[in-house]
Design a protein around this ligand. Structure first.
Ligand code: SAH
Length: 352
């Protein structure tokens, strides 16, 4: 595979331009073009320089392979193809406060949560910083945005993969996406969701990147959490809460817990009370979501009524919480399901 130019900072692009013996202003031209989501081959560069770049770097690290648009709420799901043929997926959701894009950080995942489709085939590979950024650049351009007037307002690292299992690339991505002279997003418009890799959470608190930190909790006791998430064998909830407190201390940002409601596992009144006791007084918010059923996993979701009952118990006990509505219901699937179902049809086609 060739290298990915979108991995580079403005300074690294400048150094590359200089090393190629090109005029200095080419660096800005190249960098700006990339931040607008353009391909190298589209940029008005001297032919020899362009050829040199194309020999070493991917012209289009992320290609949109398919788009599924919801008629219900404007949600778009994307199937992207990477230069090596791997597939990842992303979603663009329309909210009143602007469009939010959900991006992937890995091809597959090795965390093994037993309700999640992304992890079904294990981890294939990490994405580079530029491959993460290019998902946004590509969709922003498709939606008619530029880096001055972005069509993608918010970004959530909640697609396939565990961001903190690909720490260096994710941190590089965050610095590049928020570079003022570049794509220029505000770090406050970015959310990162982790399954709770405690050492990385602590390390991240010291990076000076005060984004919206989200932790997938899904249970209020370690025993129950272990049934849903193998990572709970490595880190306890107490350790996670500790790391969250450190994050708050360092960044002043309240943190968010994701809690997917799984029938018969974590959604009785007793679970809600235990969760409320656990989180009482902490500077946090709870996002509840009804499990998106993944057929290979066999777990069942809860009724809307039970989900509201759970929310009610949290609220009555002083916990700030919301029940997230599921978007794009008519185009199917939670994270990883699009890619999984795509790979499945491809495989069954092969089998025919
Ligand atoms: N690896 C990160 C980001 C992944 S997905 C993490 O674990 O946080 C974003 C959120 O969706 C996580 O909270 C994850 O647990 C949740 N999720 C995954 N599959 C789901 C499903 N089928 N139904 C509901 N939530 C799901």
């Amino acid at each position: 595979m060739k290298k990915v130019l979108q991995d580079y900072t403005r300074e690294e692009i400048a150094a590359l331009v200089e090393a190629c013996g090109e005029k200095k202003y080419r660096a800005q031209q190249l960098y700006t073009g990339l931040m607008q989501g353009k391909k190298i081959s589209e940029l008005p560069l001297p032919a020899a320089f362009r050829e040199k770049l194309l020999f070493e770097y991917e012209d289009e690290p992320i290609k949109i392979r398919e788009i599924f648009s919801s008629r219900e709420d404007g949600t778009k799901k994307f199937l992207f193809e990477l230069a090596d043929g791997n597939l990842i997926e992303g979603v663009l959701m329309q909210y009143k406060y602007g469009a939010t894009q959900c991006v992937s950080t890995q091809v597959g995942c090795r965390m093994g949560c037993n309700f999640c489709a992304s992890t079904l085939g294990g981890l294939i590979r990490n994405l580079s910083a530029g491959e993460i950024l290019a998902q946004i650049l590509t969709v922003n351009r498709l939606q008619g945005g530029t880096s001055e007037k972005r069509a993608v307002k918010n970004v959530v690292l909640m697609g396939s993969g565990e961001p903190f299992d690909n720490y260096d690339a994710v941190v590089r991505f965050l610095r590049n996406a928020t570079a003022e002279e570049g794509f220029g997003m505000s770090i406050r418009n970015i959310s990162l969701s982790t399954c709770g890799l405690v050492p990385a959470m602590k390390r991240f608190a010291d990076e000076g990147l005060p984004l919206n930190l989200t932790v997938s909790l899904h249970a209020s006791s370690d025993g129950e959490r272990k049934r849903l998430m193998p990572v709970a064998r490595a880190y306890t909830i107490a350790q996670i809460l500790d790391a969250c407190a450190y994050y708050f201390e360092k960044t002043g940002r309240r943190y968010i817990f994701e809690y997917s409601l799984v029938a018969g596992e974590n959604c009785d009144e007793a679970h809600a009370l235990a969760l409320a006791r656990l989180l009482k007084g902490k500077p946090c918010h709870v996002n509840l979501i009804r499990l998106n059923e993944v057929k290979e996993r066999g777990l069942k979701t809860v009724t809307e009524k039970d989900a509201y009952r759970f929310l009610g118990v949290l609220e009555k006990n002083g916990i700030s919480a919301t029940l997230r509505r599921s978007m794009g219901g008519d185009i199917g699937g939670a994270c990883g399901q699009l890619r999984a179902s795509y790979l499945e049809t491809k495989e069954s086609k092969h089998a025919d």
